[in-house]
Structure formats: structure tokens, C-alpha cells
Ligand binder design. Structure first.
Ligand SMILES: [Mg+2]
Length: 394
């Protein structure tokens, strides 16, 4: 097995890409979506106004001593590049390219004094995914084959979108709408949240499920009232209603919602112990780790096994190919998420556009992954990469 010769971390000089919140004005993804900052009226209209796009995309490249290069993209930008170049690279460079477990363990243990979750796990995830891509290329196998192989032929998708009604026509099995109003917007906001879900239900068929995403914007009493007002509208789950660390609140909310309405969370959780808390405290029916943030594929495998043993679904958050290669290998991940990145949510475009080439998208709501080695994508040479911390302290 070749050894890893170089690890490199880049930022990207282009809008969009892995930091999909970094979009031009007028994009639905930045149009008055409820957030924890919605308590402040001046930050309600735009998530970019409080800095949701401040990190930017991150590209990690791992080069083996035979010249093979694996790479991955996630968010994290310049601060994640600093952590990777100045701290994590020492555990990667010189190691055999197949030593994913040991490298992950060393990165995690060595950063415990300032890491554990958030940006550091985001950086670790980027490195881990680049190493999976490299290993796949060295073994000439797609990552899903390294994970044990597919359990079904193709995967089906639900869409996260401002227009679930349009997503139904594109073949998706359901549509998740980000709600616009949080508790600070009072009764009027609550009514508007309910009305938009009701109008979507009127426009889609009975078999098409709806869900709503609350992006950490609510509290237990509000989310409970919302759930009961939505009862009967075919809302399959209420997502991330509360701040990610409010395990107690999630457990209470899950007990309080109408029968059949599920709770989901986890896109801002990290590590197997974080997900163990969600599972053992009965916080959610569906876990949604983001493979680019939760610790990478090496950790997602463990999170998923734990969830499976608890009888819970794992439907990874966004993350395009990095999620798809996983979802196709697990029965407790029966479908995948697709983020509708067209500005008006009216067509299917690659999720991480323009950063990747060959990025697969669902057609008619379905996707069969090609057997290209690694994650099967290439970096778009038209996106300019910058390497701000090359070998700074080594
Ligand atoms: Mg979400």
C-alpha cells in the first residue's frame, strides 16, 4: 500500500460549491428562513446577514507516493485549512494510505483539547473523505464498494426546496420546506408557517410526503404547537426545531408531537458520542449526520451502526456524493436528501456546483451510482484554489 506523501488544504475563490449557502442575492436558500438569529429583526431576512456563508468551501487533497491524488470538498474554508495544514497533516503524511482508522483516531485524540465538535470535526471530516477517495482510487473501487457494497440497485431522494410542489413533478418522493418564521414572529408567523404547509399539501398528491426544516430556530412550546397545527397535512417530520445541544428539549418535543409526526435532527451534531446522546435520550426518529461535518465517513459508519441497533433511520444531511456512497450501502438509510440549488428551485442542478465535475444528480428522483473509483468526481479546474497555509509550521 502506498504511503501518503502530501496533504493539502485549499480555499476556493468561487461562490457556491461545498458552502452552498454562499449564493447570489435572490436565491431561495437565503430568503427569510427561520434561524436562531430570527429573534433579532435585523437578521431575519437573510442568513448571509449574520454570516452563514462566512466559512466558505474547503478542498482537501491527499497525494500518495505513487502520484495518486484523492480529494474531498466540504465547508470550513480558511480556518479549517489552518487546522489541517498546521495540525492534522502530521498524522497523515507518511502514513500508509489504507490506515484510515488510525489516522482518524490520532486526529481526533490530538484535537480533543480544543476540538470535539464544530469546525475541528469539520476539518477532520474533510481529511477523512479525501482519504476515502484516495483509497478508492488506489484500489480502483468506488467508495460504496469499500463500505461493503450496495444493498439495492438505486437510491431514491426527497428534495429540500422552497417548492416541494415542483419537486413532486421531478420524481422526488417527498419535499422538505424550510420554514420562514420563528417564535419571535408571534402568532402571525405561526399562522404563515402553517398556511404555507397547507398550500403545499393542496398542490401535491397524497403519496408525496412533506417535511419542514426549522434550522434550530424554535423552542419546545412553539414547535409542539406547530406540530399540532400541522396534524393531518401529511407532514412526515419536523426537522431540527431546537438548538443541537438541547437533548432534553428534543426528547420532550418527540413525546409531544401528534402520532405519526416524526422528529429529526443531527446535521449540526458530531461524533459517535454526540449521536449516542441523541439515541439514548430518545431525541429523534431520524438522524441526519452531515458526513462533511460529523467526522467523515469513518465516523458515520459507527454513528449509523449505533442508530441501526436503536432501530432508527439515518438520512444524511446534504453532502452530495459523500452521502450517496454511504446511503446505498445501508438499509437504515432508505432514501437520500437532495438540495435543490437552482435559485428558484425549479430544476435539478448539481448540489456543489460549480466546484465538482461529474457530480451525479437524481433523474426522475432516482440515481444509480457509477462504479468510478473513489467518490467518482473531479475538481473543476475553472474554480481557483488558494492554499493559504502551505507547510506553515512544518
Ligand atoms: Mg436541515
Amino acid at each position: 500500500m502506498p504511503r501518503i506523501r502530501h496533504l493539502r488544504a485549499f480555499t476556493v475563490d468561487a461562490q457556491g460549491g461545498a458552502d452552498y449557502h454562499d449564493q447570489p442575492a435572490g436565491h431561495w436558500i437565503d430568503d427569510h428562513i427561520a434561524t436562531p438569529m430570527s429573534v433579532y429583526p435585523e437578521y431575519r431576512q437573510s442568513r448571509q446577514s449574520f454570516g452563514i456563508d462566512v466559512l466558505g468551501s474547503l478542498v482537501v487533497e491527499a497525494e500518495a507516493d505513487d502520484g495518486t491524488v484523492g480529494f474531498a470538498v466540504t465547508t470550513g474554508g480558511e480556518p479549517a485549512a489552518w487546522i489541517i495544514e498546521n495540525h492534522l497533516a502530521r498524522f497523515v503524511e507518511g502514513a500508509p494510505a489504507g490506515d484510515l482508522e488510525r489516522i482518524w483516531d490520532q486526529m481526533f485524540r490530538a484535537t480533543l483539547f480544543y476540538g470535539r465538535k464544530g469546525l475541528v470535526l469539520n476539518a477532520i471530516s474533510g481529511v477523512d473523505l479525501a482519504l476515502w477517495d484516495l483509497l478508492g482510487k488506489l484500489r480502483e473501487e468506488p467508495v460504496y464498494a469499500l463500505l461493503g457494497g450496495p444493498v439495492r440497485e438505486e437510491q431514491v431522494f426527497y428534495a429540500t426546496t422552497a417548492r416541494p410542489d415542483l419537486a413532486e413533478g421531478m420524481g422526488f418522493i417527498g419535499g422538505k420546506l424550510p420554514l420562514r418564521h420563528g417564535p419571535a414572529e408571534g402568532e402571525e408567523g405561526l399562522r404563515a408557517n402553517v398556511e404555507v404547509m397547507r398550500s403545499m399539501r393542496e398542490r401535491v398528491g397524497d403519496d408525496f410526503f412533506l417535511a419542514c426544516d426549522c434550522w434550530m430556530s424554535m423552542d419546545v412550546p412553539y414547535a409542539t404547537r406547530l406540530g399540532h397545527r400541522l396534524d393531518g397535512l401529511g407532514v412526515r417530520w419536523i426537522e431540527e426545531a431546537l438548538p443541537p445541544d438541547d437533548y432534553w428539549g428534543y426528547a420532550e418535543l418527540r413525546r409531544s408531537l401528534p402520532p405519526g409526526m416524526l422528529t429529526s435532527t443531527g446535521e449540526h451534531e458530531a461524533g459517535r458520542l454526540g449521536f449516542r446522546l441523541l439515541l439514548e435520550m430518545d431525541c429523534a426518529d431520524i438522524l441526519q449526520p452531515d458526513v462533511g461535518w460529523c467526522g467523515g465517513l469513518t465516523e458515520l459508519v459507527k454513528i449509523s451502526a449505533l442508530a441501526d441497533a436503536h432501530g432508527k433511520l439515518v438520512v444524511p444531511h446534504g453532502s452530495s456524493v459523500y452521502s450517496y456512497h454511504f446511503v446505498i450501502t445501508r438499509h437504515n438509510s432508505p432514501f437520500a436528501e437532495f438540495l435543490m440549488m437552482a435559485p428558484r428551485a425549479d430544476e435539478v442542478v448539481p448540489m456543489f456546483s460549480p466546484l465538482l465535475l461529474d457530480e451525479p444528480v437524481p433523474v426522475g428522483g432516482r440515481l444509480t451510482l457509477p462504479d468510478t473509483p473513489g467518490f467518482g468526481v473531479r475538481l473543476n479546474p475553472e474554480c481557483e484554489l488558494k492554499r493559504p497555509y502551505a507547510n506553515r509550521r512544518r
